[in-house]
Design a protein around this ligand. Structure first.
Ligand SMILES: [Zn+2]
Ligand SMILES: [Zn+2]
Length: 287
């Protein structure tokens, strides 16, 4: 192959919608020579849908193809969910696209802390896989969502970073929608975070719960926002019965305590409107 020539090979066409979302960026990159977002080497083979990455970096993505835990979407055995009398979850299920490996940790850090924005679309596209997975698993139940919500950052973190990675991922999920043909889902900003929490993974279950207490609250206009969306989609809503279904998005699912705390608040917002709330979680990575 001549230098700078770009060769494309065909792969199974997963997440077509997601790659379609970012086509202009993709075409732009394929036309000229470009270097891999992750390793910086020149891209000689273009991976359809992931033109920002070189083939070796793309192949190293630890996709979760078969979640072993139905509830939390973990790819390995899950004592948390299977334990009798174990964790009470406020959400129905979580699905993640990739295992949170050392390289995935690096990619996220490049995005979150170094402000490497190009990762935003790559990560969104990657998360599309988890959405597709969830959709397949829920197919027989004909579940649709009333809106997409995201885990908020604390005010201080927001000021520091200038963006919320969970919100960016949620935008992607809302754009694609849930059912093909239904179009985009409403993106709702319903939650606020009163303070930042320390790393949860090294804490015991009780410490984690205590640490999360009161961290998330509903924004003052949350019931009004959600009420408006529900009344606009009343026809669909009536088909659901008296349950509001929300898709909650975050970057990484570690212990589930963040998702669980947010889901609890979302349920009470639904309750305030006189409905039940079913919360489904979508995260880019599962540790
Ligand atoms: Zn690379
Ligand atoms: Zn589990």
């Amino acid at each position: 192959m001549r230098g700078g020539e770009v060769m494309c090979f065909s792969r199974e066409s997963f997440g077509q919608l997601w790659s379609g979302m970012f086509k202009p960026i993709q075409q732009l990159l394929v036309k000229g020579e470009s270097s891999c977002l992750a390793c910086g080497k020149m891209i000689s083979i273009c991976v359809p849908g992931y033109s920002e990455l070189c083939a070796p970096c793309y192949s190293s993505i630890p996709w979760i193809t078969l979640p072993r835990c139905w509830t939390c979407g973990r790819h390995v055995g899950c004592p948390d969910c299977s334990r009798k009398g174990g964790v009470q979850r406020s959400f129905v299920m979580n699905r993640s696209s990739v295992a949170y490996s050392a390289s995935m940790r690096q990619w996220l850090a490049q995005y979150k802390y170094r402000g490497h924005e190009s990762y935003s679309t790559v990560l969104s596209r990657m998360m599309g896989r988890a959405m597709e997975q969830m959709k397949q698993e829920l197919k027989s139940q004909r579940i649709t969502f009333d809106g997409v919500v995201f885990v908020p950052l604390s005010e201080a973190r927001w000021r520091e970073r200038g963006f919320n990675q969970a919100e960016e991922l949620a935008k992607g999920a809302a754009l694609v929608g849930w059912c093909v043909g239904r179009g985009r889902l409403p993106l709702l900003n319903l939650l606020m975070r009163s303070r930042h929490t320390d790393k949860q993974s090294f804490k015991s279950r009780n410490e984690r719960l205590r640490n999360m207490q009161g961290v998330f609250q509903a924004l003052p206009d949350a019931p009004e926002q959600l009420g408006r969306v529900i009344s606009e989609s009343r026809r669909t809503f009536l088909e659901h019965g008296a349950v509001i279904r929300l898709l909650l998005v975050d970057d990484v699912y570690t212990t589930g305590s963040t998702i669980n705390a947010c889901a609890g608040v979302l349920q009470s917002i639904c309750g305030e409107l006189g409905f039940g709330g079913e919360i489904y979680s979508l995260t880019w990575a599962r540790s």
